[in-house]
Design a protein around this ligand. Sequence first.
Ligand code: FES
Length: 150
Amino acid sequence: MATINLTVNGQQRQVDVDPEMPLLWVLRDELQLVGTKYGCGIGSCGACTVHVDGIAMRSCNLPVGNLSGEAITTIEGLSENGDHPVQLAWLEHDVPQCGYCQAGQIMTAASLLANSPDPDDAEISASMNGNICRCGTYTRIHAAVKTAAK
Ligand code: FES
């Protein structure tokens, strides 16, 4: 066990955990930020995507001990009132079906647009490719990313 200081959604947080504990479980079980989802646990599905210093990263295989001083953003901290352009575009296109993967999808899309404000179709597809949706909402996801980029 170790005491680890984190910056999560702009707030200083302190947790006493095994430094090897994946960030996902610190967020969900220690900080009660349950918007970030567990899917595969091996970095393959994207359900657990958060931002670390603005970059989309899988939290299920990211040891929390490596993250002191990094700015972590979860879906709860992406915007004040759910009004991030990506969230608004998701509503406009009625993207989710079951919804389970959507926090991860939105976090990946938000990171893409923060780093590339006007991506072409190929860039959107390449960036979103690692986020799996079992309901197959990919067409709406792609359209919503394009809308958010406008
Ligand atoms: Fe992390 Fe699937 S739960 S990538």
